[in-house]
Design a protein around this ligand. Structure first.
Ligand code: ZN
Ligand code: ZN
Length: 356
């Protein structure tokens, strides 16, 4: 007859064996799943006859805290070969109708606003792209609620929201970014000098935050913008001058709705320097074609879940071939001046979109 202690030991051993067994099964199952179904890129549908259009979605004028009126601001972008521009004043609708003389087949103005609110010490700045009237800045009982109310107010107008400079005043970290809904665009590079793109200390840089969100299953795309305020006087690193970050959007036509919907769907790359000729994904490979400038040289990093470096390619047609376990792959093209182009994540069959 077993002692009470022996019986307990037996139960413990049985439980441990069961745990080992089921653990083993899980491992075997996942190994089986991997051998049966290696990851394949779910390549975004490429619109027919699509072209690349360069634009900036975040710029200020004297209608809020910029130093230059809307007309010369828009003219700066047109003269610098931008195809489109969003004037995004704080809580003001700078109506492009008044600038109609600048608009032609080569230059489009998309109406916008930087919906600007706060919760406590945290700044909540969210751009609204393609608006028809001013969107009043909402409030909320928490930071998350303030952010969500703002996104919802923008979506209710059929406009497209993008989350601005989350590290400005260290306002919005990944715990909040993860919990917000119905947002697809986040600034990973903002040209304003005091927005802390790179993070530091105990705060994540925006690219690391982006990978953290993608790794958890948030389908979110990274944009680069100017957030320009200063078109007068000296152009210097400590001033908010134009020309520091942009997006290049792939659509068949240069029209308001086509551009903002392509942004919301991730059909673009972001840059503060390198120019790309093409980004193509097949089921198993992601290839970028870089347009070489002068004698510049380039290094491309392919990045996957947890921000892991999956591969490096130093050619002008960098290619990444799927290993089979990736849930997404994105590319980062660095030129020999240190400037970067950010290719949007291409998701695979292993990516499971999750919501908080
Ligand atoms: Zn702002
Ligand atoms: Zn701004």
């Amino acid at each position: 007859m077993p002692s009470r202690a022996n019986a307990r030991t037996h139960r413990l051993i049985t439980r441990a064996a069961l745990a080992l067994f089921t653990g083993g099964l899980t491992l075997a199952e996942s190994a089986h799943a991997q051998s049966v179904a290696p990851a394949r890129f779910v390549a975004p549908a490429e619109p027919a006859n699509a072209r690349w259009w360069k634009g900036n979605t975040h710029t200020h004028t004297t209608n809020s805290d910029g130093d230059t009126p809307p007309e010369p601001v828009a003219r700066w972008y047109k003269q610098h070969q931008y195809d489109f521009l969003v004037l995004s004043d704080h809580n003001v609708f700078t109506d492009p109708v008044t600038l109609a003389s600048l608009v032609d087949s080569t230059f489009l103005l998309i109406p916008g606003e930087e919906v600007t609110t706060a919760f406590g010490a945290a700044s909540v700045h969210i751009n609204a792209l393609d608006i028809t009237r001013v969107i009043p800045a909402p409030t909320g009982r928490s930071l998350l609620e303030t952010v969500q109310n703002t996104i919802d107010a923008i979506r209710a107008e059929r406009a497209i929201p993008h989350i601005n400079h989350p590290n400005f005043r260290w306002s919005i970290d990944t715990t909040v970014l993860w919990r917000m809904k119905n947002d697809r665009l986040i600034e990973i590079h903002n040209g304003h000098p005091i927005v802390h793109n790179e993070g530091g200390g105990d705060s994540q840089g925006m690219e690391d935050a982006w990978d953290a969100l993608l790794t958890r299953g948030k389908r979110i795309f990274g944009i680069a913008v100017d957030d320009a305020h200063h078109f007068q006087g000296e152009f210097a690193p400590d001033r908010a001058n134009p020309g520091r970050g942009w997006v290049v959007v792939r659509t068949p036509s240069l029209s308001r709705r086509a551009i903002v919907e392509a942004l919301d769907a991730g059909h673009f790359y972001a840059s503060n320097g390198p120019v790309l000729r093409a980004v193509r994904a097949t089921e198993t490979a992601l290839t970028v074609q870089i347009q070489r400038e002068g004698d510049f040289k380039y290094t491309t990093q392919f990045i996957g879940p947890h921000g892991r470096l999956l591969g490096t390619d130093k050619s002008l047609t960098p290619t990444y071939t799927l290993r089979g376990d990736e849930s997404y792959v994105r590319a980062r093209i660095i030129d020999s001046a240190g400037r970067v182009a950010w290719v949007q994540p291409v998701f695979t069959t292993r990516f499971v979109e999750r919501h908080p």
